[in-house]
Design a protein around this ligand. Structure first.
Ligand code: FAD
Length: 387
């Protein structure tokens, strides 16, 4: 492993590394081959309390910040695992902690902290409107003490491994709101009840072992107290989750990036062709060094995003920029790692092709690189709006 100076999170790093060491490469490879869910790994993380990092102590969690949560996710990916199986619980948590009612917090947080319940899913994306979130068509109509949900979602992850899901739906028609981001609301959905009452879940086979689904809502009735926060303000609330998600995924990409650098430096130091280690050639060294520099730089932006988020300051720009830089850096490290493993990079037993697929996702999800560029151009630099 590349030597790095200890930081203030070294205790967390050491503890998560020790847990991850019980789940070596062949465990994650087998889970990937079987397209299975890493149940034992997520259970171990839960039992050790890591999945409750962001839950305040008064509700049974450890009351840590996003910075610490990001270290947990980074270390999972750096160990060769894939936080994608469980990161939802981290980024969804603050949506409930910060915007949920006291009753919702008391009802759910202790059970999530103990592992009795999982909050791994967030349903935002829709098939017909994609990234244009404010145009989403799923509706929630208030009828007495219930909301009736109709519509469709796509790419909704970990639904089969979650008890609770945060759902974004329109409660006031677009034609009746001043700003298109108004009139959207978020709900805490009991997944098992929903499946009995009008939600259909259809898995989408995909390039990575990432359990994700289409969801169909046909007159699903939710109790009115499933609403999180005030009706119509859901878009603002969901941004709490989205900024946390982008920052955590930046940390995961940084973990991936270090994993690729560890593997490729070791391999190219040992693999001898033309009578010398391939890593002695500058054509091999430079792409590795370049991606390492970019990972280090992305890491600085990740800490800045964490700092602002934990101080409850606006971190939209930093969260997006951290995710952009980290996803790009890990992808470049992945390319170098695959390239310099030659043919062996394609062999499943080296794990490079698996991690290569896993890290590629983050150029597209949870927000594509183009949309980050557009956000920075228009919201940070004030250029004319393109949509
Ligand atoms: C494995 C996986 C898991 C996911 N999990 C979840 C989840 O749990 N919950 C959830 O809500 N969503 C989830 N998503 C959805 C993900 O967030 C979206 O796929 C992503 O935001 C892109 O949206 P889209 O697929 O609709 O692409 P589109 O919006 O259709 O965009 C397609 C492409 O066009 C480009 N593009 C679009 N508009 C513009 C523009 N104006 N300017 C420049 N380029 C543009 C984009 O950059 C993108 O590359 C997941 C996706 C995947 C693949």
């Amino acid at each position: 492993m590349i030597a790095q100076p200890a930081d203030q999170y070294q205790d967390i790093r050491d503890a998560v590394r020790a847990l991850c060491a019980q789940f070596p490469d062949d465990y994650h490879r087998r889970v990937d081959e079987q397209r299975a869910y890493p149940e034992e790994f997520v259970d171990a993380l839960t039992r050790a309390g890591w999945m409750a990092a962001l839950i305040p102590e008064e509700y049974g969690g450890s009351g840590l910040g996003l910075a610490e949560a990001s270290v947990i996710m980074e270390e999972i990916n750096r160990s060769g695992g894939n936080s994608g199986a469980c990161h939802g619980q981290m980024y969804n948590m603050n949506t409930l902690v910060r915007h949920g009612s006291e009753e919702q917090r008391r009802t759910y947080l202790p059970k999530i902290a103990s592992g009795e319940l999982r909050l791994q899913s967030m349903a935002v994306t829709e098939p017909t409107t994609g990234t244009d979130t404010t145009q989403l068509r799923t509706t929630a109509v208030r009828k007495g003490d219930r909301y009736v949900i109709n519509g469709q979602k796509v790419w909704i992850s970990r639904v089969q491994h979650s008890d609770l899901m945060i759902l974004l739906a329109r409660t006031t028609p677009l034609s009746e709101v001043r700003k298109k981001s108004e009139g959207l609301s978020i709900f805490l959905v009991d997944v098992k009840q929903a499946v009995k009452g009008g939600m259909t879940v259809r898995p989408i086979p995909n390039m990575v072992n990432h359990e994700t689904n289409e969801l169909f809502f046909d007159n699903l009735e939710l109790p009115a107290d499933s609403l999180i926060g005030e009706e119509g303000k859901g878009f603002k609330y969901i941004l709490t989750g989205l900024n946390a998600e982008r920052t955590l995924i930046a940390a995961e990409c940084i973990g991936d990036g270090y994993w690729f650098i560890d593997r490729v430096t070791k391999y190219t130091s040992e693999r001898t062709v033309f009578g010398r280690p391939i890593g002695q050639n500058q054509g091999v060294q430079f792409p590795i060094a370049e991606s390492f520099i970019e990972i280090e730089a992305a890491n600085l932006m990740r800490w800045e995003a964490c700092r602002l988020y934990d101080a409850r300051q606006d971190c939209g720009a930093q969260a997006n920029m951290a995710k952009y830089l980290a996803a790009k850096a890990s992808w470049e490290a992945a390319n170098a790692c695959l390239q310099f493993h030659g043919g062996f990079g394609f062999a499943a037993e080296y794990d490079v092709e698996r991690k290569f697929r896993e890290t590629r996702l983050y150029q597209v999800a949870p927000i594509s690189t183009n949309l980050i560029l557009s956000y920075v151009a228009e919201h940070v630099l004030g250029l004319p709006r393109s949509f």
